[in-house]
Design a protein around this ligand. Structure first.
Ligand code: PGA
Length: 254
């Protein structure tokens, strides 16, 4: 089963309007390749970035959203608002939201379902802490996050969902999971999907790796059989470091 690689840039809380537009234009100027490209800027820059990549292969997504329909939720942004400004996807359950903003699996699950109901692609992030890895509980942690995050999501909705495996100890630390560690976790996640859903759904679903992906480690990670793309933080903030990762995605297209 062929899975099209997805290279997604998570800009986190970085940039300015001038920075956002200029980076988006540089990425949009690169010819389209085999990999799909997504960038996720902070909320205020979404419309300008959507305009900057108009007509190119680059898609735009949000880094989070609230699951309720528009209403009295001060400070929040709805899924429909992301759609309204031209977003095609949304990152959900990122470890910074789980651990800094205390988002739990039940909330993340509501967001995944709301994203799919709004027609957005949902990128569901899962990953263990260093102490969980050291305690040998990585697989159990991943299973809990998958069971919680995908509760009530039936197989028909899976084509709009992407999983991102992001070991928390590898995010922003410069300490990447080895290709073998990534492959082991991805194979575990795919097997979970096979058991929970069915083999075809599991084989068709993309599982991205995230955590200190850089130009010089991207290709080896992306060449692992169950690694179908990358969710990139720091290295997505410069065309000079993000474009080589996109090219590695093009090269690794299986
Ligand atoms: P990083 O972030 O590439 O800077 O480690 C990845 C992420 O948090 O998605």
């Amino acid at each position: 089963m062929k899975r099209r690689p997805l290279i997604a840039g998570n800009w986190k809380m970085n940039g300015s309007s001038a920075f956002a537009v200029s980076l988006a234009k540089e990425l949009a100027a690169e010819p389209a390749g085999a990999a799909e490209v997504l960038i996720c800027p902070p909320f205020p820059y979404l419309p300008a970035v959507v305009a900057a990549v108009q007509g190119s292969h680059v898609r735009v997504g949000g880094q989070n959203a609230w699951h309720e329909p528009p209403g009295a939720f001060t400070g929040e942004v709805s899924m429909d608002m992301l759609v309204d400004v031209g977003c095609k996807a949304v990152i959900l359950g990122h470890s910074e939201r789980r651990h800094i903003l205390n988002e739990n699996d039940a909330l993340i699950n509501s967001k995944v379902r709301a994203a799919r109901a709004a027609g957005l692609q949902a990128i569901l992030c899962v990953g263990e802490l260093l102490e969980e890895r050291d305690a040998g509980t990585t697989n159990a942690v991943l299973d809990t996050q998958m069971t919680g995050g995908l509760a009530g999501v039936d197989a028909a909705l899976l084509d709009g969902i992407v999983i991102a495996y992001e070991p928390v100890w590898a995010i922003g630390t410069g300490r990447t999971a080895s290709p073998a560690q990534a492959q082991e976790a991805h194979a575990h996640l795919r097997n979970w999907l096979r058991t929970r859903y069915n083999p075809a759904a599991a084989d068709g679903m993309r599982i991205l790796y995230g955590g200190s992906v850089k130009a010089d480690n991207a290709l080896e990670l992306l060449q692992q059989p169950d690694v179908d793309g990358a969710l990139v933080g720091g290295a997505s903030l410069k065309a000079a470091s993000f474009l080589p990762i996109i090219r590695a995605g093009n090269q690794a297209a299986k």
